[in-house]
Design a protein around this ligand. Structure first.
Ligand SMILES: O=C(O)CCC(=O)C(=O)O
Ligand SMILES: [Fe+2]
Length: 499
């Protein structure tokens, strides 16, 4: 697999090399200034990224830019990826057909085909090692995985997770997950704190370079204040197809995901009408890689961690993978500010692909609870701020919806009418390979979950036919790895139409 290990080593000094005395103690700004003076044609954000992947070494970053094989175009403002440094310019493959997963082996291809970028060997190796050790230790006391209701049955997620906050906040206890209080949140460990600055620099460099999307944070404004840490012990622990819940992130969210320990396969696939007939992409996430999910990823795509029959053992983590998803929670979407549904519980923000965003009640995912049916369209300004934010910029349209705090929403529309193919969110991830039946035997949990889904599908089929367009789509015969997965996918899509 291509990785930063295949990066060219620093060459002997060239005319564009920095002076030998210039090293670690200098500030990033000074290093950037020097790099920029050595390579005036290079784009500032690319210089920052090169500096990052060179672990702060101006000499190494400069050497990358000076190598004769470097394609000319990468040092112009058109530069959109570091891929030319990481791989040869192999042609980008065509999208896979429905029912197939195209495995990609280069960050370049993944970036060309999906709204993500992968940075192999991202953190300085010693920091990655300490971070892994710290989080392996933390994960031994993660809360038990949450129970949730799937098609009327109580199931429990297969892997464990814990919310970490960068700083203590008065509202820390109010964060919810699928409408229920998050079991606990912890403060960033020292290594998480150290890694955060590097993650922020890399993401902000990418924001500078990429096309802006409505609602996206401006370059420099992406700052980490929370992280969900996931722990997968063994290849059978996984996360099903889902898009991340947007309640605290808002629209066009950017999420930066650091992988540590055992290598696992990350899969993505587009959703919505344009995705008709398209399959999925798979990419392995190695130890110490940074995957950035860019704006639009949570709206137009789903992602998953695919289960694996066997995994390569990591020297320290064994069969365990730790994943940190760094997040920028918006001040204006603090738990005490987000809408509550009619039953008084916090509503959940999610994307309806191609249609917008909705706040809905998700209480029916909690064992023993029912949904109050709350459903309203969410409204945001062009910077992704909700109407109750003091920074909200009114567009002058749709004024009847303006200004009223939690009640301020775009005009209400009946949920079933509008959300046929939308409405996936974090909880969806528990519904397939990530979930196991409450009373199920450990050994065959994936199969059990599929069986549960099949049963429930049978029960609801009539009703779903009446209410959901497209619920009679053909089963996706050889989706991913076989029939079970294809049934699970069909059920997922069917369920998307219901929420
Ligand atoms: O483990 C991963 O890489 C993905 C985790 C994830 O999708 C999530 O936390 O929402
Ligand atoms: Fe996710």
């Amino acid at each position: 697999m291509d990785s930063a290990e295949s990066l060219p080593r620093q060459r002997s000094r060239t005319s564009a090399s920095p002076p030998p005395f210039f090293e670690e103690e200098e500030t990033t700004d000074l290093k950037l200034a020097l790099l920029s003076s050595l390579h005036p044609a290079a784009d500032a954000s690319m210089l920052l990224e090169l500096l990052l992947i060179s672990h702060g070494s101006v000499a190494a970053a400069s050497a990358l830019l000076s190598q004769p094989s470097t394609p000319r175009h990468v040092v112009t403002s058109q530069q959109s990826s570091l891929a030319p440094f990481l791989t040869t310019a192999a042609p980008v493959p065509r999208p896979p057909k429905k029912g197939h997963t195209l495995h990609l082996y280069t960050p370049h291809h993944f970036a060309a085909l999906t709204p993500t970028t992968l940075h192999p060997s991202f953190l300085p190796a010693p920091l990655a090692a300490t971070l892994l050790t710290e989080l392996l230790q933390e994960s031994t006391t993660f809360p038990p995985p949450p129970e949730f209701v799937l098609f009327g049955r109580v199931v429990v997620s297969s892997h464990t997770a814990c919310l970490f906050l960068r700083d203590p906040t008065p509202s820390s206890h109010q964060y919810t997950y699928q409408g229920a209080s998050a079991p606990e949140s912890r403060l960033f460990t020292p290594s998480m704190q150290s890694a955060t600055a590097l993650v922020e620099a890399a993401v902000n460099a990418e924001l500078l370079r990429r096309d802006r999307r409505r609602g996206q944070l401006s370059p420099g404004a992406w700052h980490v204040n929370a992280a969900l840490v996931n722990c997968y012990r063994g290849g059978d622990q996984s996360v099903g197809w889902h898009a991340d819940q947007l309640t605290y992130l808002g629209p066009a969210a950017v999420i930066a995901s650091v992988s540590l320990g055992c290598v696992r396969e990350f899969r993505v696939r587009r959703v919505g009408p344009e995705a008709e007939g398209e399959g999925a992409y798979g990419l392995w996430l190695p130890h110490n890689s940074l995957l950035v999910m860019h704006a639009g990823m949570q709206e137009g795509w789903k992602h998953s961690i695919h289960p694996s029959k066997s995994v390569d053992l990591h020297p320290v983590a064994g069969n365990t993978r730790i994943n940190i998803t760094y997040r920028c929670y918006r001040e204006s979407l603090r738990p005490e500010l987000t809408p509550r549904c009619n039953c008084g519980e916090p509503a959940v923000l999610r994307a309806a692909p191609g249609k917008g965003y909705t706040w809905t009640c998700t209480q029916d995912y909690r064992p023993g609870c029912e949904s109050c049916g709350y459903f309203v369209w969410a409204k945001f300004d062009e910077f992704g701020e909700p109407p109750w934010s003091e920074n909200f910029v009114s567009s002058g349209q749709d004024e009847e919806g303006g200004g009223g705090g939690r009640e301020m929403m775009s005009p209400g529309v009946e949920g079933d009418e509008v959300n046929e193919d939308g409405g996936d969110e974090d909880e969806d991830k528990n519904e397939q390979d990530g979930g196991k039946e409450d009373e199920g035997e450990d050994e065959e949990e994936d199969e059990d979950v599929v069986m549960v889904m099949v049963e429930v599908e049978e029960q609801h089929r009539d009703w779903s036919d009446e209410t959901v367009e497209g619920s009679e789509r053909d089963l996706d015969e050889d989706w991913s790895d076989g029939e079970d997965a294809s049934i699970a996918r069909e059920l997922q899509e069917w369920r998307d139409g219901l929420v």
